[in-house]
Design a protein around this ligand. Sequence first.
Ligand SMILES: NC(=O)c1ccc[n+]([C@@H]2O[C@H](COP(=O)([O-])OP(=O)(O)OC[C@H]3O[C@@H](n4cnc5c(N)ncnc54)[C@H](OP(=O)(O)O)[C@@H]3O)[C@@H](O)[C@H]2O)c1
Length: 496
Amino acid sequence: MHFYSIISNRTADEMPKGDVLMKILLTGATGYIGRRLKEKLLQDPEVQLRLFVRNEKKVRGQFRAQMEISEGSTFDKKSLGNALRGIEVAYYLIHSMGAKGDFKKLDRLSAEYFLNACIQADVQKIIYLGGLGIKDTASKHLLSRIETGEILSSRPESIQTIWFRAGTIIGSGSASFEIIRNIVQKLPVILAPKWIRTKTQPIGITDVLEYLFQAKDLETKENLKVDIGSEQMSFRDLLLKASKVMGLKRLMIPVPLMTPNFSSYGLIFISPIPYSIARALVQGLKSETVIQNQNAAKFFPEIQPEAYEKAVARAISEIEHNQVISHWCDSSSQEQCDVKGKDRITGTVSTFQISRDLNHISGEKVYESALTVGGAHGWFQHNWLWRLRGFIDKILGGPGLNRGRRNPVELRIGDSLDFWKVVDLKKGRRVLLFAQMKLPGKAWLEFSIQKNKLIQTSYFLPKGLWGRVYWGLTLPFHALVFKALANGILKKAQSL
Ligand SMILES: NC(=O)c1ccc[n+]([C@@H]2O[C@H](COP(=O)([O-])OP(=O)(O)OC[C@H]3O[C@@H](n4cnc5c(N)ncnc54)[C@H](OP(=O)(O)O)[C@@H]3O)[C@@H](O)[C@H]2O)c1
């Protein structure tokens, strides 16, 4: 059940009432765009921000003055009504793509509930970001984004809606950019399908955020559809220009008969993106995504979108300097990214536990060291076994090790970490990872620091007979890698 809570000392009615602060609700605050917009809005001293999240743990520890957190879902009218109380401007950065069931229907319902709740709460403006493209040639995903925009804009007499439409967003950690980066970096010869010549108009994430940010202060009162993008180019140019920025020479060979399914399947082996997202993105490439109106230049003349090459260079630099604020797998919209309820280890579980004395190493250092496992740094020893498991997982349709980690030293609840997800963090005491690889059951890996000891436990909740056989067969390998892991964590903690 969803409930409403303000994780601050104030209640909703105690939010500042003066005219000085603009009261803003940000939905999708745990998603790719929302996490970044949150940071930008918080830099504005005239903003009082309330985040609307499905799982407050994902933003726990990130509390700031001028910010409140409201937990709920757009499908829960009560939580929505509470979250919108006193709000002037509401950002809608939500989609249900990847959710179980009919995502189009969910998207439609979510938008309808949101619009009605905004009108009831006397909100003045909704700001929404959808995708570029036209209905005639749109993919299923894009059609749903268009329908969401139409619903949110359907009551101009009661509320203003500013509907932004963007194509490929270039930013560190975005799904589209991860695909571009991995294709260019890993394939010296790129097999180019027919749709590689389709026209698109990419835009850097910095510009997207600037438009969204400025829209809250736009004086115009009528509904607006604002198409945003930098220069027009084909997907072929998108890849070739990116390779130039990365200092790589790439050869492109046309293969006109290559199907979207085949291309999507290829993408999952070279990029961290799962098949469902890769397929939706590839389907989208078959139709043009170019701007249809000049409202961006008319209403936001001071924003000059930066050149594509500059946005690529910025994204690469953020990755190299560990400054990736958000990641395509931050939200639970994909089953592979979901964390809700995974922090409870329930049922009959098999365990494998290793306990090590800290021997005068401080618990904080051991915790810090446990936070750095995986990703490019690896798992201390027997990395080939981890890589082999990752490869098998990819073949079976799991995430494998390709996702790596967002930041080499910092973890947040909801972060992906190779084939794990971070589901609980208790500073200085506990790191809990939930396994997202393909398994005949559920598995967790816990690092717990208690009474001068590091206790590392792997838990497995087997599914059926095959689950039990799997646990038995893999136990010798687990013993090998997990012992080395606990030793590695302590050794590293000593050197910190
Ligand atoms: N990212 C891009 O490259 C791109 C490009 C063009 C347009 N856009 C548009 O930008 C918008 C945001 O996209 P995004 O990439 O930031 O998405 P995202 O990373 O998948 O985030 C989706 C957000 O929606 C939240 N959410 C989903 N269902 C919800 C519900 N019923 N109630 C409350 N919250 C819910 C998720 O919360 P949980 O964390 O709990 O799952 C998450 O915070 C979308 O409309 C998208 O079409 C994005």
